[in-house]
Design a protein around this ligand. Structure first.
Ligand code: ADP
Ligand code: ZN
Length: 805
């Protein structure tokens, strides 16, 4: 075998210069162990940093004298496989991020580098320092939180006087939990002899030794051994003394969902539409091709059953499945459904896990102990290496996009992995994103439609309540008379209701209470956002700003109001006129604690409450047979989003929440309260008509030069000096204009809606363009150049941003 002496290493120093691998010399002692995907400790400048080995070479052009040696290997086996290493390269380009930050994102926190600072005494220091701070030792690990300010100042002074030294080393944070186990035997003849010589009366020992012989060479955890054999501790202890077996440690993997008892389910016979979808997906898998499917199925049409049966098909061929959901905490029922079908071979990755638990799950996946991984956004990097199917449920959800660095979209990553493995990828939704639906139109995705509810359930009737009319008869209220009446009726019948108060994005805007008019900006035709600090309305795209109007531009009314209300206020009002009702409130406040959402839902499912009142988090995935009424209190908040997706989000929200009603035998009913009853997003949602909405919204997007007709990129920059930030952004805008000419629409630069944070000034430019490849080159160049600028100017580039706050 050819020895590989040179390692290509991505170092943990996020700058442009280090985005390409550095070459290091591999010491002879490591040539047999070091593999791509392992983490190492390497010298870098005057310090030590963590690095990822991305390649090994037998030769190099760089003179040996200029190379430094790898100091330490941090892993026993690679933590990233070849596929994920390749993916990191692609993603760094795609998201304008550093490769090191992508590599870090792919790993559980427990595997992230932890730098330890070790202080050592190198000259005479006084007794106080030696005894009190260093506790009589020569060295100590420095942890800033262990010391008061005075001591820190003292240490820093000693450092300047060269009396102590600071060395930084890379520590491995991942601690594998172990438990005691027994390794059976070394010498089978010896054991057989022992068995023959054993006294007949030693029944327990006889039983254990026979078992050991039957499982020679295996390792058994004590607990499991005792479960199977029912032998006492003393008997096992004797076995160790007699050298029948040896004590060892095995990795302890906890399963955070193991305690919830889940009853197994069997596949259901598929209906025709489901069968067609299933056959196309599994047919693609069988032929070993990459193909993306857009599974557009109304709520309750049985998309999940298609996912589960397609997954089953893939398992039979020994392949694994990656199943993404927007947010595990919001879809506990989905997790339960997957677990009840596939049992312990399911791994669940979600944000509620502690670092240790997450690492355990990650290890189970990496060791090949699971068949299916269910998880939210970052689970798309699950270290499965034999994937046969990828599912992205609720593919339209913005939660798939990471809003800070690295700004990846898990849906795109899923497609990349699908292509790598040449397998089917299912994007499922009742309300696909316009982008995905348009791709299906162009034949890039295969469109599969489920148009009927599975089983016997019917889609609920949706009634639109015009809230302007409630004002004619009295003071402003949260509840229309119609909604009050229906809630009472359900209460009498002992049926359940869900009330949704949309508070997405915390955006506030003003709306005329007489005609529902929301002021829009003259350039972009988008709802403007209310800024109380400056008493203005601002467009979050182009920065247009104007005073808050006192008179409605549409109808002349003076009743222009700030729009927005909290769940607590609704709860209070409910208690006033419906004192007998048992209400569960589900919002960010009541679900902060780990597992609390699951508990609330369980409670509601057990009929311990009549009304579930919540924010948009309740719109998703819930499946309660006794819910026969869904009320949307304020459909307009989504329309007021400062974003061209406002109509799309409104349609999605109403459709999703309507899907919660009448899921079983009892018919469901939905009431939507709005000041804009004629808005097309609301009208199409009333008729459950996604295709109609899609066609109209495409026309609106076309007219406004928005996605999917144009790509959108947001450039953000900040500087401590406001003028400097503005000046540099102007130069960037000019430069882009010169590069791209008429191929590009540039909005801004303008101050960000929240222009100043932590003494830095923020500006943004929004780009709209059609030629992606050409534009990417300019953006890459921009990124490179801004990296080299050393005057405190910071820039970030966000492709297809999902929020403009
Ligand atoms: P979706 O994921 O599209 O919202 P679900 O998968 O939750 O729909 O299905 C809705 C309900 O219909 C579930 O209770 C499910 O068990 C049931 N269901 C799904 N497929 C079938 C089928 N082929 N026959 C009978 N019931 C089905
Ligand atoms: Zn604008």
């Amino acid at each position: 075998m050819k020895e590989l002496y040179y390692a290509q290493i991505i170092v943990d120093v996020p700058t442009m210069q280090t985005n390409k691998p550095y070459t290091y010399l591999v010491p002879e002692s490591m040539t047999n162990t070091l593999q791509p995907g392992m983490r190492v400790d390497v010298p870098f400048g005057h310090r030590h940093v963590m690095g990822f080995v991305v390649g090994l070479r037998a030769t190099t052009d760089i003179p040996i004298s200029q190379l430094r040696l790898v100091t330490k290997v941090l892993d026993l086996t690679p933590v990233l496989n070849t596929e994920l290493l390749n993916l990191s390269d692609y993603l760094a380009q795609e998201t304008f991020a550093f490769r090191i930050s992508i590599l870090q994102t792919m790993l559980p926190n427990a595997l992230k580098a932890n730098y330890e600072r070790v202080l050592s005494i190198i000259d005479e220091v006084d007794d106080d320092v030696a005894n009190r701070l260093f506790k009589g030792l020569e060295q100590m690990t420095y942890n800033a939180s262990d010391f008061g300010e005075q001591d820190i100042a003292l240490l820093s002074k000693l450092r300047q006087e060269h009396k102590i030294d600071v060395a930084v080393t890379v520590a491995n944070r991942a601690k594998i939990k172990t438990q005691r186990a027994y390794q059976f035997g070394e010498d089978i003849e010896f054991l057989e002899n022992e068995l023959q010589n054993l006294r007949q009366s030693a029944k327990q020992q006889h039983k254990l030794l026979t078992f050991i012989l039957g499982h020679f060479g295996e390792t058994w955890v004590k607990k499991e051994l005792q479960e199977v054999l029912d032998v006492s501790d003393a008997v096992i202890r004797q076995a160790v003394e007699k050298k029948w077996c040896y004590i060892t440690q095995v990795e302890l993997l906890r399963d955070p969902f193991a305690t919830t008892d889940i009853s197994p389910t069997e596949p259901l016979p598929l209906n025709d539409e489901q069968r067609n979808a299933y056959e196309q997906i599994t047919g693609t898998f069988d032929s070993g091709r990459f193909q993306s499917f857009l599974l557009e199925g109304i709520t309750g049409s049985g998309k999940t059953e298609v996912y589960l049966q397609a997954a089953q098909h893939v398992f039979k061929q020994g392949r694994t499945v990656l199943f993404l959901v927007p947010e595990i905490a919001l879809t506990p029922q989905m997790v339960r459904r997957v677990k009840s079908r596939f049992g312990a071979q399911t791994a669940v990755l979600h944000s509620g896990l502690s670092d240790g638990e997450r690492y355990d799950e990650w290890r189970r996946i990496e060791r090949g102990d699971v068949k299916i991984v269910v998880g939210a956004r970052s689970a798309v990097f699950a270290p499965l290496d034999n994937i046969g199917l990828i599912i992205v449920d609720e593919e339209h959800e913005v939660a798939y996009k990471q809003t800070d660095n690295p700004r990846y979209n898990a849906r795109d990553v899923a497609l990349w992995r699908g292509e790598y493995y040449q397998i089917p990828v299912i994007l499922g939704s009742a309300t696909p994103s316009l982008e995905s639906r348009a791709r299906a139109q162009r034949g890039i995705y295969t469109l599969l439609r489920l148009t009927q509810r599975a089983g016997k359930a019917q889609l609920p009737a949706v009634e639109i309540i015009d809230m302007k009319e409630t004002l004619v008869n009295g003071p402003e209220t949260i509840f229309s008379d119609q909604l009050k009446e229906k809630l009472l009726d359900r209460l009498h019948k002992g049926e359940q209701s869900v009330l949704m108060l949309n508070r997405r994005g915390f955006s506030s805007f003003v709306m005329c209470r007489d005609c529902g008019f929301v002021p829009r900006d003259p350039n972009c035709n988008l709802a403007m956002t209310l800024h109380m600090d400056s008493h203005t309305l601002k467009c979050h795209y182009c920065g247009h700003e104007e005073p808050i109007p006192t008179i409605c531009a549409n109808c002349g009314s003076k009743r222009i109001r700030y729009y927005g209300t909290g769940t607590e206020k609704v709860e209070q009002e409910l208690a006033e006129w419906l004192p007998g009702a048992r209400v569960l409130r589900m919002d960010q406040d009541t679900t902060r604690k780990k597992g609390s959402m699951d508990k609330l839902l369980q409670k509601f499912g057990d009929h311990q409450a009549d009304i579930l009142l919540g924010t948009q988090m309740i719109a998703k995935g819930l499946d309660f047979p006794d819910v026969t009424l869904v009320g949307v209190l304020n459909a307009d908040t989504a329309l007021g989003l400062p974003d061209f997706h406002a109509s799309e989000r409104t349609f999605q929200l109403i459709t999703q929440v309507s899907g919660r009603a009448g899921r079983a035998q009892k018919a469901g009913e939905v009431l939507v309260q709005t000041f804009n009853p004629e808005h097309y997003a609301i009208a199409y949602a009333k008729h459950h008509d996604y295709e109609g909405f899609y066609r109209q919204e495409m026309a609106v997007r076309h007219a406004g030069n928005y996605a999917p007709y144009y790509y959108t990129v947001q450039i953000q920059a900040s500087h401590a000096d406001e003028n400097e930030a503005a000046k540099q952004m102007l130069q960037i805008a000019r430069w882009l204009k010169k590069q791209a000419g008429s191929d590009i629409i540039i909005l801004g630069p303008s101050p960000k809606p929240i222009a100043k944070m932590r003494n830095r000034y923020y500006f943004q430019i929004i780009l709209k363009f059609k030629q992606r490849d050409a534009m990417d080159e300019h953006l890459q160049e921009l990124q490179d150049r801004s990296q080299k600028a050393k005057d405190g100017f910071k820039l970030s580039i966000d492709r297809e941003p999902v929020s403009f706050m």
